[in-house]
Ligand binder design. Structure first.
Ligand SMILES: *Cc1c(COP(=O)(O)O)cnc(C)c1O
Length: 420
């Protein structure tokens, strides 16, 4: 959030007043800071500079082409979870040899496209998927590089919806079945086993679960190597948290300091898949106050952004700091309010029971730390066009996605002739 600061009485993103951006592009509007994105990416990259590594930015956190291009220019690869993400990554110029493909439900078309572009590897989540990749690779006469995604059964101590490494989770291969799966994988003619992968969850605020999970994985790597399979890549996944309110997550260098001693001697390339940590605090969502309303039991601030624009509060009960765009309101009298959008759902809120200074209708609020899992999770629910995205670099503001139009809303829809 360092690049969103008050200056001369109003909120700036880098050297651009937020008010200037919304005058041009309207609200709701996503704004990202170029400096923040670079700083976070470089923090990760330099933290691991002592070990051969590939940063595969988890693009599901933010997949705008401009952001992907920026990452690619810095040397980043990407972690993709769909054919659509592969398409975006290639369109943005991400080199295929830095693309890894995760997800429990890759379909044959997606597997074929990924093999055709010769991505670095698939992170395989089940024996059925291993078989499917082998079949597609066989039909193409190629060998698919894979890492097996192991579920280490470690509690990441985060929200259940973003925990992925527990026994009850749909992700990965159970640690105690892993050796068997490795044997199966090495027996398949069109599969080349090159690595192991784990990703235990998101918004982790401690290093310990990373270390515990990695230790479990490394034990397995030894066993697999003993069976004659060369493991060249160790993928530690993403998940490093950010500060939304008062969390104090470890920094990339803390993570590196804890992890490097465990892997340094292994002669492997480390892959990591940070998403939220790189883009989360680099973005905010600007919204206009439409009305305030004193209900029977509650006071509401009704704004023009809604759950379709930013679903994290509704979906996970997530906290996002909310600030007035004009600094003079920071000192205003406060009230306990719900900040809600226009969508016809009681679950449509950006903040609940939040103490906020009184800001009048017509003024603007900034919903902070919205750069990750913000725009990408937005929808057209209630036939609301999706927000524009703006990338600020120094004193320049660049539109990187235009606001959708009403025509965009009906694109691809058709009325069959029998209804004429
Ligand atoms: C979502 C995801 C990530 C990124 O998680 P963050 O918490 O955003 O860093 C990395 N790897 C995999 C496999 C994922 O599904």
């Amino acid at each position: 959030m360092e690049d969103f600061q008050y200056r001369e009485g109003e909120l700036y993103c880098e050297d651009v007043p937020v008010s200037r951006i919304i005058k041009e592009y309207g609200t709701p509007c996503y704004i990202y800071s170029h400096a923040s994105l670079l700083r976070q990416y470089r923090a990760y990259d330099s933290a691991f500079s002592g070990i051969p590594h590939i940063i595969a930015f988890a693009m599901k956190a933010n997949s705008n082409l401009a952001i992907l291009r920026l990452m690619a220019k810095e040397g980043s690869g990407v972690d993709i979870v769909s054919g659509g993400e592969l398409f975006r990554a290639l369109r943005a110029g991400v080199p295929p040899q830095k693309i890894v493909f995760a997800g429990v439900g890759k379909n044959p078309d997606e597997i074929r496209d990924a093999l055709k572009t010769d991505i670095l590897m698939f992170n395989v989540e089940s024996s059925a998927e291993l078989q499917a990749i082998n079949d597609v690779a066989a039909s193409m006469g190629v060998r698919a590089r894979v890492a097996l995604r192991i579920n280490p059964d470690i509690d990441p101590k985060t929200h259940p919806y973003i925990s992925t490494g527990l026994k009850k989770s749909k992700f990965g291969i159970a640690a105690d079945r892993a050796l068997e799966e490795f044997k199966l994988a090495t027996s398949l003619k069109h599969i080349e086993v090159v690595g192991v992968h784990k990703h235990i969850g998101s918004q982790l605020t401690e290093v310990t679960p990373f270390v515990e999970a990695l230790k479990k994985i490394l034990g397995l790597v030894q066993q697999v190597k003993a069976h004659g399979t060369d493991i060249r890549y160790i993928n530690i996944g993403g998940g490093l948290g950010i500060t939304y309110s008062d969390e104090k997550p470890p920094k990339p260098q803390d993570l590196a300091a804890a992890i490097a001693p465990l892997v340094q001697h292994l002669n492997c390339t480390l892959i990591m898949e940070p998403g939220r940590n790189i883009v989360g605090n680099a973005g905010s969502l600007i919204t206009r106050i439409l009305y305030t309303k004193q209900g029977e039991a509650k006071r509401f601030v009704i704004v023009d952004a809604a759950m379709n624009d930013l679903i994290r509060p509704s979906l996970y009960g997530a906290y996002h700091e909310i600030r007035p765009v004009q600094q003079r309101f920071v000192q205003a009298a406060t009230h306990m309010v719900d900040v809600v959008g226009p969508v016809c759902e009681s679950g449509d809120f950006l903040a609940k029971d939040r103490t906020l200074p009184e800001v009048p209708p017509g003024e603007f609020l900034a919903v902070m730390s919205a750069g990750a899992y913000g725009f990408v999770m937005s929808s057209n629910y209630n036939s609301r066009p999706r927000s524009p995205e703006v990338l600020v670099r120094g004193g320049e503001a660049h539109l990187i996605r235009a606001r959708e139009t009403y025509e965009d809303l009906v694109k691809g829809e058709a009325i069959p002739a029998f209804l004429n």
